[in-house]
Design a binder for this molecule. Structure first.
Ligand code: FES
Ligand SMILES: [Fe+2]
Length: 416
């Protein structure tokens, strides 16, 4: 990869080509639990922009530029009153749309406030997540992805700070060969996913372009004349769908804070069970501010003795610190000019190509894939992630998958 291409894919600040692409999609701004009713405004940095997220008295979430349009005070210290957020410096009052409702220091009858257009991004709160649209024009409807629409009772949401660029975080998700190494844990059950991943360490990786991004098949030939099939997905522009069964799957959404830090939002949903519990919410692995206990500063608490007995990486049994160690370890922005990609990197290569094409589409004045503004245009992305499919090698896993899609749609739990 050329340096220009790496810059193109990894820079997401205002006015950058990839930043322009990202801003065409709804993006998570916070978990609802970070902004309880009646709670204080919170500063939020997103795509290299400093913002403040608050709820007005009607509980509507609003996302405004952090610095007051008057003389730049930090609005996250503001007062929540009179239908909006009031700056504590001179009392200017803003509503969720960025309108300046009052400037109490100006003469009575002044219309100066009407000429102020403060930075404001529309928000929608669905399934315990506050999403924002930071792009041009009117916001499009939220996309019909199941992981967005599934009601809050059928999901678990979490987020974790990552000390690196968003793209290397996301690329780890559709790199299924690393399950045979990084995440290997001791298992005595020859039928467990761990054992099957260990049994075949050089799987076939096949990537298929879809309307939402890329579907990646990972096929391992295992004992008993069977194929262990894993299906993961790159979803444009900065997320993925992985680790699932017929009942649901995990979505990992890598949202840039700036070019060298990001949030990894984690959504697990179930079609049949309320409050599905997942390992990523394990409290002993987390500390203040949605951060992992294991970090670069403590060398991820690697225990080299345990590498012989318990875990390949010596980083405990939770996959999240494993992924964090290797992706952060590649540096603040992975230098893709120095990589050597092999056949098992087919999914990553296909995802990068799709991302570059989407950036080029926006540069050419077109809408990128999945940005459907017309509510009359039907767009029905068929996302499904599986990590539990074991088939006799005589069965064509591509056909099986198509039937599975149909079955999954019938079983879907959707509001309304
Ligand atoms: S800086 Fe905010 S009102 Fe003056
Ligand atoms: Fe991983």
């Amino acid at each position: 990869m050329l340096q220009e291409e790496n810059d193109l894919l990894t820079r997401t600040g205002p006015g950058t080509p990839c930043g322009e692409l990202m801003r065409r999609y709804w993006q998570p701004a916070a978990l609802s639990e970070e902004l309880p009713r009646g709670g204080p405004p919170i500063p939020v940095r997103l795509f290299s922009e400093d913002l403040v997220l608050f709820r007005d008295e009607a509980s509507r979430p609003g996302l405004l530029g952090l610095h007051c349009s008057h003389r730049g005070a930090d609005l996250s210290y503001g007062r929540l009153e009179d239908g909006g957020l009031r700056c504590i410096y001179h009392g200017w009052l803003y509503d969720v749309h960025g309108r300046c409702l009052e400037q109490p220091g100006e003469p009575v009858g002044s219309t100066f406030h009407e000429r102020i257009h403060h930075v404001a991004y529309p928000c929608q709160e669905v399934g315990g997540i506050i999403y924002t649209y930071m792009g041009p024009g009117a916001p499009l409807p939220l996309p019909p992805y199941e992981f967005i629409r599934v009601p809050v009772e059928y999901r678990t949401n979490a987020k974790v700070f990552q000390d690196d660029n968003y793209l290397q975080g996301n690329e780890g998700n559709f790199d299924p060969v690393h399950l045979s190494f990084l995440h290997q844990l001791r298992s005595d059950d020859p039928e467990s996913a761990q054992s099957l991943n260990a049994e075949c360490r050089s799987p076939l990786i096949e990537a298929e372009e879809t309307d939402y991004g890329v579907r990646i098949y990972c096929v391992r030939q295992v004992h008993g004349g069977r194929n262990y099939v894993r299906i993961t997905n790159f979803v444009l522009p900065n997320l993925c769908a992985v680790s699932g069964t017929a009942d649901g799957y995990q979505t990992l959404w890598h949202v840039p804070i700036d070019d060298t830090h990001h949030w990894r939002y984690m959504i697990w949903f179930s079609r049949s069970t309320t409050h599905p519990n997942r390992y990523f919410t394990r409290s002993d692995e987390m500390t203040e501010g949605h951060r992992l206990v294991r970090s670069k500063s403590n060398r991820y608490l690697q225990d080299r003795a345990s590498m012989q007995t318990e875990a390949y990486a010596g980083l405990g049994t939770n996959f999240l610190p494993h992924d964090t160690c290797v992706t952060e370890g590649a540096g603040p922005i992975l230098d893709r000019t120095r990589e050597h990609l092999g056949s098992t990197d087919n999914g990553i290569i296909a995802a990068r190509r799709r991302l570059i094409d989407a950036i080029r589409a926006v540069q050419a004045g077109q809408e990128p894939p999945g940005v459907v503004r017309d509510p009359n245009v039907r767009w029905d992305p068929e996302v499904m992630a599986r990590s539990d499919v074991l088939l006799p090698s005589s069965v064509d896993w591509r056909d099986y998958w198509k039937n599975e899609l149909l079955r999954a749609q019938l079983a879907t739990v959707m509001p309304g």
